[in-house]
Design a protein around this ligand. Structure first.
Ligand code: SF4
Ligand code: SF4
Length: 383
């Protein structure tokens, strides 16, 4: 059953922007039941879809910008209403109309920086490879086995830089011939696309694709599930297909091929958090767990909501740039859950999740209670 649309032009524009399936919604509300926002405040994807059906979405309101694109509702919807496609279409509509909201100020600054410097943090392109100083990391050349693409947070953020350094040290130890693109690397564009800035996404994607082709790149190793998702599932829109591997899969491969030996114990209770873009969006649940299970002494705990049910950290869909009130942060719930379940280490493999969990750990005064680690940081300690 399709609902009649009183504001046809708006509906047509939303459809042009990739929002097609909202018309299948029959308002069951299952999306709202699973949406993480309803753990911290009121938010209704069902209502947003309803307003869209009538051509009346209020694109200037925060509601349009709340969805973190975590994908939980998409898996639950009985009518295959692809909520993420629809909300991104609304954001594209808002972007097209130049909608201004104080909330979006940091998104505008991130966009300007992405356009000028290829990163969203208002940092110079020339410093993109500074994390690699003293790490024995070479510039990528065609004959190398793999390109390591650390992405923006590990390239520019001091905390996440440790993840890039741990990755390089593991690759060196395993004897992998790898290189980086350094200042030629651009943001993958995943998050800015989710804010509705399609033109900027295309520009970043085309620049990266050109650089990959010119440098003879075939296989790309990434730290971020967001880069993984974009290279694997979105760059093929430009008629290219690179072999993309996430570090959790690659560690699994290196250990099973005997290229990486684990030689030390890690006698801690470790709880694993499934990042949305690795798990729900790309089905990678087992490899990180298998890697952790190889470590002697490590006791692996599970979250109450794990694998397909995992609770989003709150940073996807461009929310990394939008300020979220302390009491509305999903990452607080996750850190509290990890502590309640007795974990000494919260481990994951996404720079966005680590950034969010580190802030929550600080904000909740859990600095002496729990550590937050990327999987590479644990592996680096035991090889
Ligand atoms: S779960 Fe699907 S059908 Fe049900 S209200 Fe949400 S979008 Fe509509
Ligand atoms: S994708 Fe996640 S954050 Fe967005 S509406 Fe669905 S459940 Fe909520």
């Amino acid at each position: 059953m399709e609902t009649e649309a009183p504001f046809k032009e708006i509906i047509e524009e939303i459809q042009e922007y990739g929002g097609e399936t909202f018309k299948f919604c029959y308002q069951c509300g299952k999306c709202d039941t699973v949406c993480p926002w309803n753990k911290v405040t009121d938010f209704s994807m069902r209502k947003l879809i309803r307003e869209t059906t009538f051509g009346l979405p209020e694109v200037e309101l925060e509601e349009v910008w709340r969805c973190t694109t975590c994908g939980k509702c998409v898996l639950q919807c009985p009518r295959d209403v692809r909520q993420i496609d629809n909300v991104v279409a609304l954001r594209r509509l808002a972007t097209g109309y130049g909608v201004s909201n104080v909330l979006l100020k940091p998104v505008r600054s991130a966009s300007a920086s992405l356009a000028a410097e290829g990163n969203p943090f208002v940092q110079d392109r020339s410093t993109r490879a500074d994390w690699a100083k003293g790490s024995n990391v070479k510039k990528f050349t065609e004959e190398m086995e793999i390109l390591y693409f650390p992405g923006c947070l590990p390239s520019y953020d001091a905390r996440l830089g440790k993840v890039a350094q741990a990755t390089a040290s593991i690759l060196n130890k395993a004897g992998v011939e790898f290189g980086i693109l350094g200042t030629e690397e651009n943001c993958c564009g995943e998050s800015i696309r989710k804010t509705g800035n399609e033109d900027l996404f295309k520009r970043l994607a085309k620049d990266n694709i050109k650089t990959f082709i010119e440098n003879g790149v075939k296989k790309i190793l990434v730290s971020s599930p967001h880069c993984y998702h974009t290279f694997k599932n979105e760059y093929p829109e430009f008629s290219v297909n690179f072999d993309v591997v996430h570090i959790s899969e690659y560690l699994y491969e290196l250990i099973h091929e005997g290229r990486l030996q684990i030689s030390r114990e890690y006698a801690k209770k470790v709880i694993y958090h499934d990042p949305c873009y690795l798990g729900r969006h790309n089905g990678i649940y087992d490899e990180p767990r298998e890697v952790l299970r190889q470590i002697p002494g490590l006791e692996l705990l599970e979250m109450e909501e794990s694998r397909e049910e995992s609770l989003c950290c709150g940073m996807g869909g461009g929310r990394i740039w939008i300020d979220t009130k302390m009491e509305e942060r999903f990452s607080n719930l996750r850190v509290e859950e990890a502590v309640r379940l007795g974990a000494g280490v919260l481990v994951t493999c996404c720079p966005y999740c680590i950034d969010a969990f580190e802030e929550s750990r600080l904000g909740l005064n859990y600095e002496d209670t729990i550590e937050v680690k990327d999987i590479t940081e644990i592996i680096q300690e035991v090889i």
